[in-house]
Design a protein around this ligand. Structure first.
Ligand code: F6R
Length: 242
């Protein structure tokens, strides 16, 4: 696991942006795995700027997002589809029919999970998976206790995850209780992974990630078993590392 400590959030975002562009430019039909949340917002902004400066095109890129809340319509301002449209897809030349998120608003979520996996297998493996990390160590929405061999599945969100994400909703009660997430085995099949963590609130999780045991109690720890992972931190997130 390679660890990069950046001066600040802007540098972290630029590092991730450069990595995404490097992967896109190395392949004819690149496949990216994408995350939502506060952490990658700066990276998406930097990618949009690079696109506007003609430094990258997303024309041939396919994307698969990690997760989606169950029960929110696509156009709901808190859906991850809406997040991706607003923060990225609507601002670049990506073919939107090649951007995929797990559907959070279908009648059969189990079937939706199988279909999502099938769709991924019909494409090449993910060339670069972008990850954030939860304060409880979740990756995607794989909460503590999730088996390492899981594939795309429905998960009940931890109380701590719902509380952390309540900042985007009018009240905690409105935060969905369940989500569809790529599984840990799905994530581990990516050829390369970049995990970003920023800010003081992530410092304990980062310490446990870097210095703790590999255990389903802290899902991000599985990344030590992947051959090509870069952990990109800002100084605050790295502040407890010895
Ligand atoms: C989002 C996702 C989550 C977030 C994590 C950190 O698609 O999969 O694992 O990466 O909850 O969220 P932020 O970046 O908001 O701190």
């Amino acid at each position: 696991m390679k660890v990069i400590v950046c001066q600040n959030y802007q540098h972290l975002s630029d590092y991730a942006k450069d990595k995404v562009i490097e992967v896109i430019n190395s392949k004819e039909k690149p496949v990216l795995g994408l995350a939502t949340g506060s952490t990658p917002e700066g990276m998406y902004q930097a990618l949009i700027e690079a696109y506007k400066d003609n430094k990258v095109s997303f024309k041939n890129v396919t994307t698969f997002n990690l997760d989606e809340y169950i029960g929110l319509k696509k156009e709901d301002p808190n859906s991850y589809q809406h997040f991706m449209d607003e923060h990225f897809f609507n601002h670049v030349d990506i073919d939107q029919s090649e951007t995929y998120l797990p559907p959070g608003n279908t009648s059969d979520h189990q079937q939706a999970c199988l279909d999502y996996e099938k769709n991924m297998h019909q494409h090449d493996d993910i060339d670069l998976q972008v990850l954030g990390v939860g304060i409880n160590g979740h990756i995607g929405f794989n909460e503590p206790g999730t088996d390492f061999d899981t594939r795309t599945h429905v998960i009940e969100l931890d109380a701590s995850t719902r509380e952390a994400n309540a900042r985007f909703f009018d009240s905690l009660d409105e935060v969905p209780t369940h989500a569809i997430t790529m599984g840990i085995a799905t994530i581990m099949e990516s050829k390369q992974i970049i995990l970003m963590a920023s800010g003081d609130s992530k410092k304990e999780a980062v310490k446990r990630l870097m210095e703790g045991d590999i255990t389903p109690d802290f899902p991000a720890s599985v990344l030590h078993r992947h051959p090509h992972v870069t952990v990109v931190l800002d100084r605050e997130a790295a502040s407890l590392l010895t």
